[in-house]
Design a protein around this ligand. Sequence first.
Ligand code: BGC
Ligand code: BGC
Length: 818
Amino acid sequence: MATKPLGLALALVGSAIACLPIHAQSPTLSPVAHPTLWPAAASPSSITDRATEARIAKLLAGMTLEQKVGQTIQADISSIKPEDLDKYPIGSILAGGNSGPFGDERGSSSKWAELVREFRSHSKASGGVPIIFGVDAVHGHSNVPGATIFPHNIALGATHDPALIRQIGAATADEVSASGIEWTFAPTLAVPQDLRWGRSYEGYSSDPKLVASYARAMTLGLQGNLVPSKPIAANHVAATPKHFLADGGTHGGKDQGDAQIPESELIATHAQGYPAAIDAGALTVMVSFSSWNGVKNHGNKSLLTGVLKDRMGFRGLLVGDWNAHGQVDGCTTVHCPAAYNAGLDLFMAPDSWKGLYENTIEDVRAGRISEARIDDAVRRILRVKAKLGLLDGRPIRDVPTELGSDAHRAIARQAVAESLVLLKNNGVLPIKKGARVLVAGDGADNMAKQTGGWTITWQGSDTTKRDFPRGRTIWQGIDRAVKESGGSAELSIDGKFDRKPDVAIVVFGEPPYAEFQGDIATLAYQPQDKADLALLRRLKAAGIPVVSVFLSGRPLFVSAEMNASDAFVAAWLPGSQADGVADVLVSGRKGHPPHDFKGRLPFAWPRDARSPVANPLFARGYGLSYAKPGRVGQLDENPGIDLSSALNVESYFDRGRALAPWAITLVDANGSRPVSSGDATSPLNLVRAHHVDVGAQEDSLAVDWSGQGSISLDGPQVDLGRQLTGAFGMEATLVVTRPPSGQVALTVGGQSLSATTALQKPGPVTLLVPLRCYADRGADFGAVRTPVQISSTGALGLVVRRLRLVPIGAPTTCLPAN
Ligand code: BGC
Ligand code: BGC
């Protein structure tokens, strides 16, 4: 097996700490790793055989500095054209979550193959070394319509079945390579500790042992067995264990945050998957956006070189995350010798590739990066390219029939069935032969909710059934299964019915999200609007037994919803083949053997809304079955914290999104329209908005007015009386892209002041207006529904970066009257 067992690793930590009293007793947490404390591992000799190494050395010796530096840089398809490679010998191309072939988010499998062919042929003409092309196939080939979408990793964690994980890896590799691509940025080996993290569902489990066994299985599934001096098979792809390290260990579960933990915990909890993946031959590893004890991992040489490359013997290439090098102290996205020197080999520089290329050449000339370090990086990149057969004309497969094939969909359906965790069952499950079933809830027939983030688009919000013609929603599966058992099913999203059913299945849960957009303040499900609870209670009050099927990227506090249900199933994010749900729920089907529940919790389930979960309602490993029933009594519905205090009462818009419970709308004379993801316009098209990158990806909203209208932040009624007394002000962090042709108003608590003069100069501007200025004009801060609104009577261009209330330190003046 790949890993030194955990016990041994811990023993190593223990004994070594005994020899390092200074470190062990130090009260402050250090960001410097001590490699000898870590588990050892080694990339297999099948990726470093002598013949290949000699070939790489020869290739390297013939390369110019420009060609070498070019190899270390990766650009995104939305910011580079194949022809650019004629001039710039860039070594790698990626397609990020929102990037489709030839600008089409829903481009076909063959379009992907065509795109790869174009990039590859230009790269060969310029540098001689073909590019390597990577994509986020994180639960199947998830960017491509018609692919098989497997359950997200958290659901796979519930199956506790490494053999199944290996099959999923092989099927995914088959589909990715069938569209011409040779590399996926998977698997995620995060070991999430705080479920408020929006990427919790990308992790398999909070159990490092399970993560390690899956790391091995998924790597072998994706890459196949490696054979010395032979390229991997054309239907396999390179794997990327990510994100190194402790992406799931950040303080407060904050995405891209800081893991404030001792080295022993970093090793025992977060590192265990990596030796397993490296021993299994993982060709690449991705570095995490996050920090360890205050230092960004992209700049931490002790982790990247000392631990990963030296101690864990990793001989493949180390790729960065999306412009993450720009977050290292002293770096920008276009200039970062510190990350090169820390050991990063391939820089993910989606839109910053050109500047980075030019500046890095200068850095090497000036000695800020040694040529030996660049050579090491290029050698690793060439090694991976050799293993993928890219140096020998790896065939660009174009086999659309592999996507969503019968065999792959069958594996996905099986995975769904195995991943379901039965949390409560008072005897209503399985659904009996011949039953009349009502299927309700907005997740019942909803491809976006069941597939989640990283599906078609980055956030996955606009996925539809049309994207997966051979997919099945939960409703479609139940409908068919119930009919096969001689019963009848009716779909009614809002739960209304004419004839009383024997039983209701209600499917509900979280909307799709990815990365930091999924970070939440507490573990409460629907902290504000308890719409799903109301539906469950209404059905129960009508005397109908209720089965809840909960779709979510994480365990959440749902005790009230459980009390209102006779059975409760955690179904996670099952993906495109959700007929696997009915396979377990419905009994007595002709031609179908009965299934039982197999899934067990990969994370502890919370008793209240507090995080991290200290005293769980159900421990990790819990799961009932028909064979082993158990009773769940009435649960305490107390959230354990004041949920209203955890709401974003003072922060409205940050990092590109309205913060829950707030929503952004674009308003004109004809009404208003919400801004979720992607482009949005007001009803008359007078106000338009789209996301843009300022400090990080899609972290700001560009709003353009061509006539009278406004952008408005709306939500539930809140009391801002304390903020008014506390001398808070409304702070709007903006960039003027087009000065106003008419009058601009900043409206707070229903009263307006003029921002026309303040916005005359193009460029960044921060308005900070005391709430008092608005109160003086009659604003009522006791009951605010629209904390802030920006309106214009004419043309105007603004980039909105942040909207929030802050305490005012220095004296500030009011804006002029509107
Ligand atoms: C994602 C990319 C995505 C981009 C959007 C990144 O964080 O990982 O895949 O396309 O943001 O700007
Ligand atoms: C994510 C990675 C992903 C990359 C490319 C980043 O924002 O953190 O997981 O592989 O984008 O899309």
